[in-house]
Design a binder for this molecule. Structure first.
Ligand SMILES: Cc1cc2nc3c(=O)[nH]c(=O)nc-3n(C[C@H](O)[C@H](O)[C@H](O)COP(=O)(O)O)c2cc1C
Length: 183
């Protein structure tokens, strides 16, 4: 059975989460197990401490509520990441987790997490579509560039101010389902 980890970077139950979960639910319907993490709900999280402990240990040595996400990502067959655009960037919640991916690079800076995992990326915004596309491309660079994973789908949407804008848009939900089929 394939497993999927979902990393939700919004503090609210809004558009990026609705799209990410539509992808995940489609993957679940075809048999994947799903583990989702809403970063904002985690109590004890730290950013990367730049201790370089990961370069000796082969994984991040900071122990907190992000640790299970990193462990599950190693085991997962696919990963869904979702973030709103805040001031032209991914949210601080998402970025906090992303910096901890440093532990997926070994002492030689080669990836020590399995290549080839499938990845879906979701970025939603108000009017800053260009910024959202740039942010999605940056996230793709992390997964596809650094970790040699296979980015199978990206959903980048503007006009997503009301929290239910995505889930009430049938075309967006259909796009999400199509990506879920690939995981
Ligand atoms: C603190 C904050 C900063 C934001 N900055 C931007 C921005 O720079 N550009 C933009 O188009 N929308 C911006 N927005 C709007 C959100 O990106 C948009 O509503 C997004 O769809 C929210 O995602 P969510 O529904 O998953 O929470 C901002 C919203 C907040 C709360």
């Amino acid at each position: 059975m394939s497993s999927t980890v979902v990393i939700l970077g919004s503090p609210r139950k809004g558009n990026s989460e609705a799209i990410a979960m539509a992808i995940a639910n489609e993957a679940k319907a075809k048999g994947n197990t799903i583990k989702e993490y809403r970063i904002n709900s985690l109590k004890n999280i730290k950013g990367c401490q730049s201790c370089y402990g990961c370069k000796k240990a082969g994984k991040c040595v900071v122990k907190d509520d992000i640790t299970p996400i990193l462990d599950d990502m190693r085991e997962a067959d696919s990963i869904i990441v979702a973030t709103p655009l805040y001031f032209g960037h991914a949210t601080s919640q998402y970025r906090t987790v992303e910096d901890r991916f440093f532990g997926f690079l070994g002492g030689d800076f080669a990836p020590n997490i399995a290549a080839g995992k499938k990845v879906a990326i979701v970025v939603t915004c108000g009017t800053g579509l260009e910024g959202a596309q740039k942010t999605a491309a940056e996230i793709e660079g992390v997964f596809g560039g650094f970790f040699k994973m296979d980015v199978v789908g990206k959903i980048v949407k503007g006009g997503m101010m009301a929290p239910n804008a995505a889930e009430s848009d049938a075309a967006i939900m259909a796009e999400a389902k199509a990506i879920g089929q690939k995981l």
